[in-house]
Design a protein around this ligand. Structure first.
Ligand code: HEC
Ligand code: HEC
Length: 300
């Protein structure tokens, strides 16, 4: 009997070690960086589409902070505890001023920090990983144009965060999608642009796609809505069949909803974080909004 228990424990430990090894933090190595001339203007558009400021903004009660800069500190409540998304301005000490491009790409694509730890998926890198490396380099280039703000990062109020950071690598093995978005050649360029913006920078599915008990997207219910991932009583509506269910007249109507929101009588666009998403969307080029609307209205 003792022998059996012992071998079960040894087998369990061995499986654990193999899983931790497979789920170890792996960066995007400098040698994998493509030759690319950074375009900070494109980066600014993607920064807006990505809603980076909505999470990385300064705390509400920080009266002196410039609210237009992602200097971090605002609380982000989640079911596992409160995060304070860090300073993204190019401050050398408290921001990401000293980050190399490959370190920034590693954070966005693999959810891995410069000191080789896993980020927790409250930072929606599961979606950002679908972005192309040149687009991520452009976001980095845009961030470098911002005014550096000295704002020390505050660590998350999460019990056993270190343990979660260790274990989340195993979760990533199952939860990370297929990497960079692959164009569907049977669809138009507009549809593909929309699919890219929705599934990559826009990270719409992080709220609109329900998850299973392991917090992994239920792809058979892609964009079908469900409970809010940040907890609370908010429900997230489905983005499927928006025309068929008469939510919007057509794709053009959906573009207007993104541009004008509830102020113009479009309903269900303000609560549960959707208000800031809509504000960000309203700042995007109209061609990008059309692309998003064409893609979403194709989901039956
Ligand atoms: C839903 C909220 C949310 C959004 C949207 C978001 N982030 Fe974050 N981000 C976080 C959180 C939370 C962390 C910290 C994660 C952790 O501690 O494991 C983080 C961490 C980071 C880090 C690591 C910083 C450091 O000092 O280690 C980078 C870089 C980053 N985010 C970039 C971005 C960019 C660029 C965007 C927009 C494309 C973005 N984030 C959008 C929540 C968010
Ligand atoms: C932080 C979570 C979150 C993210 C991210 C998010 N949404 Fe939403 N969305 C919601 C919630 C919650 C509502 C319902 C708001 C309400 O009822 O006021 C909503 C409502 C909507 C509606 C209205 C649906 C209806 O039934 O009329 C549309 C359209 C929409 N979202 C599109 C998007 C798109 C496009 C993106 C990505 C660019 C996105 N959402 C990202 C949470 C989110």
């Amino acid at each position: 009997m003792k022998k059996i228990i012992l071998s079960v424990i040894v087998a369990g430990l061995a499986v654990g070690i193999v899983l931790l090894y497979l789920g170890r933090p792996i960066p995007v190595y400098p040698s994998a960086m493509p030759a690319h001339t950074p375009d900070a203007k494109n980066g600014a558009v993607l920064f807006t589409a990505g809603g980076c400021l909505s999470c990385h903004k300064p705390a509400e009660d920080n009266k002196t902070a410039d609210k237009s800069l992602p200097s971090g500190g605002a609380a982000l409540k989640t079911p596992i505890g409160t995060f304070y998304p860090p300073n993204l301005t190019p401050d050398n000490k408290t921001g990401i001023g000293k980050w190399k491009t490959w370190e920034f790409v590693s954070a966005m694509k693999n959810g891995v920090s410069p000191d080789m730890r896993h980020y927790l998926p409250a930072f929606p890198y599961t979606s950002y990983a679908a972005m192309t490396v040149p687009d991520i380099i452009d976001i980095h280039a845009y961030l470098k144009t911002l005014k550096p703000v000295a704002s020390p990062s505050r660590s998350a109020d999460i019990p056993v965060a270190w343990l979660l950071r260790l274990g989340v690598g195993v979760w990533k093995l199952m939860a990370m999608g297929d990497g960079t978005y692959q164009e569907d050649s049977s669809q138009s360029a507009t549809w593909n642009r929309g699919a890219y913006l929705v599934n990559g920078p826009g990270h719409c599915g992080e709220c609109h796609t329900p998850r299973n008990f392991m917090m992994i997207w239920q792809m058979d219910k892609y964009m079908a809505g469900g409970p809010h991932p940040e907890g609370g009583k908010d429900k997230v509506p489905s983005l499927r069949g928006l025309i068929e269910r008469k939510k919007y007249k057509d794709a053009k109507d959906l573009v207007s909803a993104f541009q004008f929101g509830e102020a113009f009588g479009y309903e269900d666009m303000s609560s549960g974080g959707m208000g800031s998403v809509q504000t960000n969307l309203s700042k995007l080029p109209e061609s990008d909004l059309q692309a998003i609307a064409v893609y979403l209205t194709s989901l039956k």
